[in-house]
Design a protein around this ligand. Structure first.
Ligand SMILES: Cc1cc2nc3c(=O)[nH]c(=O)nc-3n(C[C@H](O)[C@H](O)[C@H](O)COP(=O)(O)OP(=O)(O)OC[C@H]3O[C@@H](n4cnc5c(N)ncnc54)[C@H](O)[C@@H]3O)c2cc1C
Length: 511
């Protein structure tokens, strides 16, 4: 519980420090910074929000928050739909909205960018286009968010630069006590290699600020893909649910060997249908969709039970050879359809995340059920093996059926792992459905845990639940995280509860 008198005193100082126009604390503001995909937005409703414009402002805000013991929740653009949007774990926290900080510095020759947190994917795309810089982004499926916020949450995209956290090179961070640090080569004043060499000297800290509450990132270095001469690939359709197993076993060795360099994502028939249509178009039966309805959807969109798109980037000699290897791997296998896709410099862009073009239309899937829609992400990480993928699919599918929800999932092939990304679509105006979603989510996390699978990312409501599944040696990692937290943030003011990490002052709330 945040003490209202402390909050009021802190707000007065915030106004003096960053300007009254940049402090938002009426009801409309609190609603605006809530999680609009939550069944009950009030559970994580912030007490206020602040929008600093400079690093000095951020430092001043953190010092004030420490003086008054008021918790802050940093966001870059706060578009973390499916994981909590802009809202904090602890109700009444003050959202630290960094979206006014929008500086972009591109090193076109070396293919890097240094962004402030407010730089959105659309902003950076427009900047590269306007300056005719031949570098490509990697963007998430819904690209309304920020380059920095997405990477810090270990977000993913669809080109070979799609593991965004892995492309971070150098951060500038304000620590909870207001101190300013730069990581890697940035630790040397004026170093020209801050965005070029990750290691620096001594321990590396970039990963420590991903999915953590150890600091406020005010600048983030990222590597970008030089515009390829060509893109080539194959769109695959598979007819049967069981095709998932052998398809994973076909793709995994190519991914491991570095032939496939992006993370192909095998998604089921609902992926297209939920973006392009609404459920009522297909059926009025609230039970999970039956085979006849699934067939009708597949027929309209001309898709398989599963679809996957594989892309190669580079000179034609490389992309064509890679295509041939991919086609050979699937030769004589029961693929429903294989459609080659080719692009070369000078052609109009494919206009999708596969060519790093930001899009926002996938957000339409929130309308699937009608009412005020939304979704929640459930994404356990598996070994990249077909039999394990099939077992995961069957168990998860059975839970969707048990809780009467429409199965909406994909399996994304990492270099050494397979992430089963589920977007559970719901209607927030249907309380019975929302109750089922909560029960199903808890059952899914328990099921994954029983098999040794942890989620790579989760919604603010379930951060303790998921952190609790990382249980080796009595939760030793959580203890380490909390020791670090207490050392860096003795006042416990920065994002208490994020990723299940509670500072000492708040520990009775969580672990
Ligand atoms: C239809 C749909 C499709 C989606 N597809 C994808 C997808 O393909 N890939 C994907 O990754 N996501 C996807 N998302 C989820 C989400 O929309 C994106 O990840 C989005 O980029 C996150 O919002 P953001 O970038 O504004 O980050 P924010 O909401 O600003 O932040 C994300 C997290 O990082 C922390 N954080 C942010 N900035 C800082 C900072 N400066 N310092 C310290 N901590 C910070 C925040 O506290 C928060 O926990 C999808 C969502 C929808 C609705």
């Amino acid at each position: 519980m945040i003490d209202p008198a402390r909050l009021a005193a802190a707000l007065r100082e915030f106004r003096a420090a960053i300007g009254a126009d940049n402090v938002f604390d009426d009801d409309a503001d609190r609603i605006a910074y809530s999680d609009h995909f939550a069944p009950d937005e009030t559970r994580h409703r912030p007490g206020a929000a602040l929008a600093p414009a400079t690093v000095d402002d951020v430092q001043a805000v953190l010092r004030i928050a420490n003086r008054h013991g008021v918790p802050l929740w940093p966001i870059s653009r706060g578009k973390n739909f499916g994981y909590g949007g802009a809202a904090p774990v602890v109700k009444g926290s003050v959202v630290l909205d960094l979206s006014r900080m929008k500086r972009i510095e591109v090193d076109a020759e070396n293919g890097t960018v240094l962004v402030e947190p407010g730089v959105g994917f659309f902003d950076l795309y427009d900047y590269l286009q306007a300056h005719k810089i031949p570098l490509w982004l990697s963007v998430p499926g819904n690209s309304w968010g920020s380059v920095a916020g997405n990477a810090l949450d270990r977000g993913v995209g669809y080109t070979s630069y799609g593991d965004h956290a892995a492309r971070i090179c150098g951060l500038e961070v304000v620590l909870p006590d207001g101190a300013l640090v730069r990581t890697g080569m940035g630790a040397m004043a004026g170093s020209p290699t801050w965005q070029l060499y990750r290691g620096g000297f001594g321990p590396g800290w970039d990963a420590m600020f991903c999915q953590s509450n150890f600091g406020v990132v005010t600048k983030l270095g990222l590597w970008l893909m030089p515009e390829p001469e060509t893109v080539a690939g194959i769109d695959f359709e598979f007819d049967q649910p069981d095709d998932l197993g052998w398809a994973v076993d076909t793709l995994a060795p190519l991914r491991r060997a570095g032939i496939i360099q992006q993370a192909p994502s095998m998604g089921n028939w609902l992926r297209s249908a939920a973006v392009m249509t609404r459920r009522e178009h297909w059926t009025s039966d609230p039970a999970p969709m039956n085979d006849a309805v699934i067939s009708a959807i597949r027929k309209q969109f001309n898709i398989g039970w599963w679809s996957v798109q594989v892309r190669f980037y580079g000179p034609a000699e490389l992309t064509e050879a890679s295509m041939a290897i991919l086609a050979r791997a699937f030769d004589k296998k029961p693929v429903l359809a294989m459609k080659p896709v080719r692009w070369k410099q000078g052609d109009p862009p494919e206009g999708s995340p596969f060519s790093g073009v930001p899009v926002s239309f996938p957000l339409a899937n929130a309308n699937w059920h009608g009412g005020r829609g939304g979704h929640i992400g459930y994404s356990p990480v598996l070994p990249p093996r077909g039999d394990l993928a099939m077992a995961q699919f069957r168990r998860t599918h059975a839970l969707y059926e048990k809780f009467a929800m429409d199965y909406h999932a994909s399996f994304a092939m990492g270099e050494r792992s397979l992430t089963n990304v589920n977007q559970v679509l719901f209607d927030r105006d249907n309380p019975a459905m929302m109750q089922r979603v909560d029960q199903m989510f808890r059952a899914l996390v328990a099921d994954a845990h029983a098999h040794g699978y942890g989620e790579y990312r989760t919604h603010i409501e379930y951060m303790d639940l998921v952190a609790g599944t990382y249980d080796f040696n009595g939760g030793a990692l959580r203890h380490l995280n909390q020791k670090v937290k207490d050392a860096l943030d003795p006042g416990g003011i920065l994002a208490p509860g994020k990723s299940g990490i509670w500072p000492a002052r708040w520990r009775e709330h969580g672990a």
